[in-house]
Design a binder for this molecule. Structure first.
Ligand code: GRF
Length: 220
């Protein structure tokens, strides 16, 4: 299987980056991370890249007051590393059309909620405060909007009565680490087809548990 060249954009902890690294090193994910780009210096994601000898670059967004300049710099670095697919992993900047045009249909993002519910920031807390019974996470293609691109894969997690927002965030994060690598593998295998708002996954399976209830039904 031909390995796909990844460029990973980070801003913080890098736990999604770490999960992708682990899945590559275990042989499950047919990819190579060619470069990690952070818009913030000194973050844990950069240490994770260093620990695995992955080239890492900081493009400090403070130095690039104009967003397009930041994007042009990032695009140049990604192109110079022959990146095929750009992975936003805990990346906290909104990409401009400069970036999107440079990698059409080749930028994906992970969002810790079931889009289109709870777009934007702090969404685990927002879902928790709203009182949802299910939340989850979404991998989607990036587009001009914020968290609005075509959806590739989602995972659903229940919210329990004794949860805190922090417990929910950790439960969602575990699923983020799984579905992100799955989405990248689908892409690497050439099985994703964007059709307007929809993404078709060629030869994908069917969910075993088509119905989920939280709390469980008792008599019905
Ligand atoms: C994750 O929940 C991700 O979905 C959000 O930021 C959190 C931290 O991501 N964008 P990471 O640990 O930096 O990958």
């Amino acid at each position: 299987m031909k390995k796909i060249n990844l460029g990973v954009l980070v801003s913080g902890s890098g736990s999604n980056l770490q999960a992708i690294i682990d899945n590559i090193e275990s042989g499950k994910l047919d990819a190579i991370i060619r470069v990690v780009i952070s818009n913030v210096s000194g973050v844990r994601a950069l240490e994770r890249a260093k620990n695995h000898n992955i080239p890492a670059v900081v493009i400090d967004h403070e130095n690039f007051s104009i967003r397009e300049k930041f994007d042009r710099e990032a695009v140049a670095i990604l192109k110079s590393h022959s990146v095929d697919l750009v992975i936003m992993a805990g990346f906290m900047k909104i990409l401009t059309p400069v970036f999107l045009r440079a990698f059409p249909g080749k930028i994906i993002n992970i969002h810790p909620a079931l889009l289109p519910s709870f777009q934007g920031l702090h969404v685990q807390q927002k879902a928790f405060d709203y009182g949802v019974k299910f939340s989850g996470c979404t991998v989607h293609f990036a587009d001009e909007g914020v968290d609005t691109g075509p959806i590739i894969i989602q995972a659903v997690v229940p919210v329990y009565g004794d949860d805190t927002a922090g417990i929910l965030q950790q439960r969602i994060l575990k699923e983020e680490h799984r579905i992100y690598s799955q989405a990248i593998q689908f892409y690497a295998e050439g099985r994703l087809e964007i059709d307007g708002r929809k993404v078709h996954i060629k030869d994908s399976g069917i969910m075993e548990t088509p119905r989920m209830y939280n709390p469980p039904l008792e008599k019905f």
